[in-house]
Each structure stands twice: as C-alpha cells, then as structure tokens.
Write a protein that binds this ligand. Sequence first.
Ligand SMILES: *[C@@H]1O[C@H](CO)[C@@H](O)[C@H](O)[C@H]1NC(C)=O
Ligand SMILES: *[C@@H]1O[C@H](CO)[C@@H](O)[C@H](O)[C@H]1NC(C)=O
Length: 314
Amino acid sequence: MSCSDPLPLLYPVFQRKSVIVMSLIVAVSVFVAAVHYTEKPYVLLQPFFGQSFSNRWVFSRLQHRFKSHSGYVSVPKQEPLKLYCDLCSIVSSSGQMLGREAGSAIDQSSCVLRMNNAPTKGFEEDVGRRTTVRVVSHTSVPLLLQKQQYFFGQANGTIYIIWGPLRNMRQDGKGIVYNMLRQVIENYPQAKIFVTTEERMNYCDKVFKEETGKDRIQSGSYLSTGWFTLVLAMDMCRDIHIYGMINETYCRTDGYRKVPYHYYEAGSRDECAEYLLHEGAPYGGHRFITEKSVFAKWAKSHAIQFSHPAWAIS
Ligand SMILES: *[C@@H]1O[C@H](CO)[C@@H](O)[C@H](O)[C@H]1NC(C)=O
Ligand SMILES: *[C@@H]1O[C@H](CO)[C@@H](O)[C@H](O)[C@H]1NC(C)=O
C-alpha cells in the first residue's frame, strides 16, 4: 500500500525527464545527420525532410515502382502502361551490332527494348533473344503485319508501343494505323499493344524544341523511333544501357566502321551515308545527328551508358 503510493507520483516525473532527454538526443543526432546529408545528398532522411534535401531519388523510385505511364494506352481498352525496370538495354537497329557478340549481356538486363521490326532470329549472338518492349513507328506497322505470327502470335509477353501522328492513330475509325492494330488484337487477343497518346506526341515535340531550340515541324523533320524510345526509357528505367548507337561526331571520325544502316539489311546503304542524307534533307528527314547531341546531354544527368561504340560522357 505505502509502496505503491509514491510510484504513481514519481513515475510520470521520471518518464517526462527521460522523454526530454531522449528528445534532446534525437534532436542533436538529427541535426548532425542533417548537416552530414546535406553535404552528401543521398537519402535516408529524405522522407522526414520532404523535398528540401535536393534529393528526389527515394521518392521517385518508390513512385516508379507503381508508376503508370498515362502517355501510353492499351488497344483497345485505353489502360495506361505500367512498367518499371532497374536496367534497360536499348538495342539499336544499327549495323554496329554486327559481330559484337553483345547478346548475352543484353539478355541479362531486367528489360530489353528494341525498335520497329528489328529481328532477333538469326542474330541472337549479337543482339540477344529477349524483347520486353518494342517501340514501333506507325510507318513500320505494315512490316510487323507481314510477319504477324512471328511478332504477335508467339506469346512471348513483348509489349508493343506504337507511336504516330493523330491522323493515323485516331480512334474514331479514321486512323488507318490504329485500325490495323485493332485488327491485330482481334486476331491475337493476348498481344500487348499500346499507342502513344496525342499529349505524349506533343510532349515529345516539346522536348525536341526545348533541347535543340528548333521547332520540329518548322524544321521539316520527323523524330526517330530512337527518340521516342529514349524518352520512354527515361521514365521507365532506373539505368539505361544503349547498344550500337553512334555519337554525334562518329561519322566525322577517321577510320570509322562502315556498317549497314540496319543490322538485318546486309548490303543496304551504309549508316553514315544514310545519316548525312537525313540530316541534310530539307524536308521529311530525321535529325539523327542532332538527336545524338541531345542524348549526350541527357547522359550527363541520367544513368545512361553507351556500348559498341562507347561514348565518352564528360
Ligand atoms: C519467342 O520465343 C521463342 C522461344 O524462345 C523464340 O524462338 C522466338 O523468336 C520469340 N519470338 C519473338 C518475336 O521474339
Ligand atoms: C565519338 O565517337 C568517336 C568514334 O567512336 C570517338 O572517337 C569519340 O571519342 C566519341 N566522342 C564522344 C564524346 O563520345
């Protein structure tokens, strides 16, 4: 009885003191840690301190895990693309891929991205076997249709992302390419086909203008599938490894490797000749070389590396 009396009195006092002491210790350590992490901005405290810690990395990573990409919607249900990869390999369609034997390295990455109708069959040693995402130009859709069974019939889980201007992609029955894709889904209901939205197309043009100072339409050029692929990959991938893409000065470098424009079209015009033709075309060309200079700039702030040939990112 007498023993149990003082305790209820003392205990709260003792508790309050220890709370104060603990708070002081926590406050001091948080301060020390905060100073420490402001100098080395990499995470941990970030969720407590919000955005002020020049580090959006943890947040963006968490968001990415569940991120849906509303700029790409499925055919015909209009559901957004949901995909996130730690490491994306982007396999260029260039003849630079030939003889490099990069296939097994490519297949080891979490996601493999290819473009248009670039085949794997017969080139596995050099380009790998897996295809997670295939980014396809509206103009290349007929090429896929010629091999429907190969591209859509084998349920390999590949996601097809088709980009194109509204006139071909409109969904009111007048979009010639969209209609083709609807037909594919009817023939192969398990095929995963997405199209870029009009907003996303405009966004890609806006990025081009911001990066080059040139209006794409006024400069009379078309963006390449490589451009759309990289813009997608920067949203969808933590790290990006690009294979077989030449840099801005490659074609002016002594002794550069003369290769076919596409690895799967032996004997076609060589890559640099094709690039120069496009860059100089007053209308209707791709600005491949201009695009490469933008990619080099992005590689300074994103985790992007280039192999075969390697780029030196300063
Ligand atoms: C689908 O997978 C099979 C078996 O691995 C492979 O032979 C075929 O080339 C793949 N198809 C495509 C379109 O990648
Ligand atoms: C561009 O490519 C050429 C040829 O491979 C190479 O010599 C040069 O160092 C590269 N430049 C950059 C900035 O990567």
